[in-house]
Structures are given as structure tokens and as C-alpha cells.
Design a protein around this ligand. Structure first.
Ligand code: SF4
Length: 479
């Protein structure tokens, strides 16, 4: 008999078809990131356990039978106030409670989440563990979900009582999931149509399997920021952009997209050339990366506060010369002062600073408030910023953008052959987690250097992408 876990139970609770697909090896779900968010979860879990001190841990590496036996031994030992990684089994489903706290009349299942708020998906996580534990014979008298308190500011040692907000979760039944799990070994795939269950409580990883061909060349799903518009089009029975009435209310970028998809070619607005020309030389393409630890590591910081750790700058001179400068903080310390000092020195006082999104301006303003001694330098940088994103969004569209103006979508659409596919780290969330991993003291030099190279390559790709995107657009717009 294969061992099922909480993920299987929750998948079956969401959709019987998902439960079935999860057990079919050839059907692939979305791939997890290279550097998962596990490091951060470890820090949150450890802080939560310090809220329930003196507990005994059931080692994860032991066989299931051994873990179950140890859990029951601790349950029956009143001297053990809490059990960490308590393991339960019922109906072939094995689950683990991060914390099982002894209380009057029974036990409380406690889980901590690396988030500033919690929703239905998080509540189901805890409820599922409690449901299995209860069915295995444990008297469960409460379910508690801990999440980070965004108002908390670290002063001195970490205060685990103030760091978390505790939410009581009501009991839920997963009897429907049990039936779905029992049906997962049937030879034929359940005939269940995609619907609201596909994104509730979590996005299902089998979307592309269940909705093949939904995104055709003329599909309205390719329109940018189309949530409300899609709903309206669905009500009108329109799925093809060529059927959209000319007088339907749409944003300018949606109108450009309709034109581009209908004609199968890129849209170039008349305002593109003047918007791109409104810069001062040399052009400094700038990108930041940041860490955002769930558990504040440094004095004066809060859960998930973004601490900039890295910048990359490609400098393009009017004569065509290109230079590159970069900074990466590599120590387990507050990086902000070193970040600002190196950036101000590299940016000089001349030339536009080109970015892609308002993130860099927001970060500089927050650094300006935090480090008043750098106020005028940082204010000077903010005043030189030119954001390429609204220029692209307002004056350009390409059918390959698939509704997204992110730099990852824009680069290959505008500059075929260039993308992020060769990078070990290819998105900001992975970069933030990789940085937190890189500063762990127990990491081997080899792994640390590998992450360092991957981080530098990723940030440099962003600024090089901006440079190439602008060059390509200038050429297309006849500049
Ligand atoms: S995409 Fe929707 S229908 Fe398909 S398995 Fe997932 S939840 Fe079920």
C-alpha cells in the first residue's frame, strides 16, 4: 500500500480528478523552484516551537511505524508538554503536526505559516492534520494557526510571543477526500470539468492538462490585466479577440493587444519613440534584489520587510560602449548601509537611471527614510529614474507577451533568442530565498559560491535585458 500524505488528502478534498492525476506518473504538474522557500519555513517553525518550549521531537527520518509508535509513547507521557512533528495515520493517510500541545482534555494542533495573514488554504492545512489525528484516536481540543505579525519590530532578542498572531481554526471533515482517494486507482480519469475548484483554495498544478488549447492564438485569455474584461466577455459568449465589439470598454493596453493578436504582429504606438528618447546619457540600467525574512534577523526590522541585498547596473554610453557594475552583500548582517554606499558611488550624478517597475524607486525612498545621512544622494537617484515598464505597457504589444508585461515575458518577445532559461535562479522570489540560504554558516564553500554566481548572473540578466529591450524598441520605433 502506498503511503498518502496531507498533500494527497488536500488535493482530493479540492478535486477528485486532481487526486487521480496526482497518482499518474506521466502527467506532469508545475515544477517547483530550484531554491524552494524551505529555509524560511525552517526559521518560522523553529520560532513557533520556542512558543511551546520543552517539547519532544519525533525524528522525521524514522520509518512511519516507528514515528507513530514514538508519537503515542509521548502522548501517553504526561511529562511531555508538546510533541514536535507528531505523526498520525488514519485510512492510509499519514500526517505530521509541527506542534501538538498538551491542553486540558486533550491536545491542540499548532501550525505556523510563513505569511503575514492566513486564508482558507492555510486553515485547511491545520484542519486536515487535526482530522487525521482525531480519527487515529487522539482527543483534539483545538486547532491553532500562527502567522507573522507584520506590526512586530525586532528590538534585541526575538520575542516569539509578539512575533506571531494566533488564529483558532474550526474543525473540518475530509470524508469526501477519503472517497476521492479510494477512487484514484481506477483506470479511467474522472470526468470533472475545470471550474472554480481549480483555483480554490490553491491553484491546481494540473490546469494545463485539464484545459489544453485554452490559450489559442486569438484567445481572449491572452489579453493583459483581463480579469474583469474576461468575465464580461464570458458573459457575452466571446472567446476570440476577433469577435470583440469595437465599442467595448477596454484599457489602451488591452486595445493594443486586441489589434496585435488580430493582426498577428506587434503593435508600436506613436508615442513610443518620444517616450524612449526622453533620457539623459549615459543610460544606467539598474535592478535591485532583496531578501525578506519572515523572521526578522536584524534590529529594527519586521516580518517580510524587504532588505535590499544586491544591485546590478549596465551603463550604456552614447558612443555604444557598455560597462557593468554590481554589488552583492554576502554576510548575515543588515546590508542597507553597504548597499547604499556602493550604489551612490557607482551611479555618479549624470545620466538617466532606467528601471523596469517602480520597485527601485520605492526601495530608494525607503532607504532614504531609514538612512537620513544619505538623503540627498538617494533623492538625486530617485529624480533620475526613468521607468521602462509603463513605456512598454502604454505603447507596445506583441502576441508572445501572453498578456504579461513582466521583463521575463517582454525580453524573449522583443529580443528573440534572449531569455532567462539558462539561469539557475530566474525570479525574484527564488533569489530572495537563495540569498537567505547563502548566508547560512553551515553551507559548504562550493554551494555558497554557486549561489553567489547564480545571484549575480540573475541580477545582471535583468539589467542587460532592459538595455536590449530599449535598444530593440528604439530601432523598431525608428529612433
Ligand atoms: S485543473 Fe481543475 S479540474 Fe483539473 S484536476 Fe485541477 S482542480 Fe480538477
Amino acid at each position: 500500500m502506498d503511503v498518502l500524505g496531507r498533500a494527497d488528502l488536500l488535493a482530493a478534498h479540492q478535486c477528485e480528478r486532481r487526486a487521480w492525476l496526482q497518482h499518474q506518473p506521466p502527467v506532469s504538474a508545475a515544477t517547483p523552484p530550484i531554491y524552494p522557500r524551505a529555509d524560511d519555513r525552517d526559521a518560522v517553525r523553529d520560532a513557533a516551537r520556542r512558543r511551546y518550549p520543552g517539547g519532544t521531537r519525533v525524528p522525521n527520518h524514522l520509518p512511519v511505524a516507528e514515528r507513530l509508535a514514538q508519537t503515542w509513547a509521548h502522548l501517553n507521557d504526561v511529562r511531555v508538554p508538546s510533541i514536535y512533528d507528531a505523526t498520525f495515520e488514519s485510512g492510509g493517510v499519514v500526517v505530521r503536526a509541527a506542534i501538538l500541545a498538551r491542553a486540558a482534555g486533550g491536545f491542540v494542533v499548532v501550525e505556523a505559516r510563513s505569511a503575514n495573514s492566513v486564508g482558507e488554504a492555510h486553515e485547511l492545512d491545520v484542519a486536515a492534520v487535526a482530522w487525521v489525528a482525531e480519527r487515529s484516536g487522539v482527543p483534539i481540543v483545538g486547532r491553532v494557526l500562527l502567522h507573522m505579525d507584520s506590526e512586530y519590530v525586532r528590538t534585541g532578542a526575538l520575542d516569539e510571543a509578539a512575533l506571531f498572531v494566533a488564529v483558532n481554526v474550526p474543525a473540518r471533515s475530509f470524508a469526501d477526500a477519503e472517497a476521492a482517494l479510494a477512487a484514484r486507482t481506477r483506470p479511467t480519469e474522472p470526468d470533472i470539468a475545470p471550474g472554480s475548484q481549480c483555483s480554490r483554495p490553491r491553484e491546481c498544478p494540473f490546469r494545463s492538462h485539464c484545459t489544453p488549447g485554452e490559450i489559442g492564438a486569438y484567445s481572449v485569455a491572452r489579453l493583459p490585466r483581463a480579469g474583469r474584461l474576461l468575465q464580461e466577455l464570458r458573459e457575452l459568449g466571446i472567446s476570440d479577440v476577433r469577435q470583440i465589439p469595437a465599442d467595448l470598454r477596454m484599457s489602451p493596453s488591452q486595445r493594443h493587444a486586441v489589434w496585435s493578436l488580430t493582426h498577428g504582429q506587434e503593435y508600436l504606438g506613436q508615442g513610443l519613440a518620444p517616450a524612449l528618447a526622453n533620457v539623459g546619457w549615459p543610460l544606467r540600467f539598474l535592478d535591485f534584489e532583496a531578501c525578506q525574512p519572515a523572521v526578522p534577523r536584524w534590529e529594527g526590522t519586521s516580518p517580510f520587510q524587504q532588505i535590499p541585498t544586491q544591485w546590478s547596473m549596465h551603463v550604456q554610453h552614447r558612443d555604444g560602449r557598455i560597462e557593468h557594475a554590481e554589488f552583492l552583500h554576502t554576510e548575515d548582517s543588515d546590508s542597507r548601509a553597504a548597499f547604499v554606499q556602493s550604489l551612490v558611488a557607482a551611479a555618479g550624478t549624470e545620466g538617466s537611471i532606467l528601471v523596469y517597475s517602480n520597485y527601485e524607486a520605492t526601495t530608494l525612498r525607503s532607504l532614504r527614510d531609514r538612512l537620513p545621512e544619505w538623503w540627498s544622494d538617494l533623492e538625486g537617484l530617485v529624480n533620475r529614474i526613468v521607468d521602462l515598464l509603463p513605456i512598454v505597457r502604454d505603447h507596445y504589444y506583441h502576441p508572445d507577451l501572453h498578456g504579461s508585461f513582466s521583463i521575463k515575458a517582454t525580453l524573449p518577445a522583443i529580443c528573440p533568442g534572449l531569455d532567462y532559461a539558462d539561469l539557475a535562479i530566474a525570479d525574484g522570489a527564488s533569489a530572495a530565498q537563495a540569498w537567505l540560504r547563502m548566508i547560512r554558516p553551515e553551507l559548504s564553500t562550493e554551494e555558497r559560491l554557486g549561489i553567489r554566481s547564480a545571484l549575480l548572473a540573475y541580477c545582471a540578466r535583468d539589467t542587460f535585458a532592459m538595455l536590449r529591450i530599449r535598444d530593440a524598441l528604439v530601432a523598431r520605433a525608428g529612433g
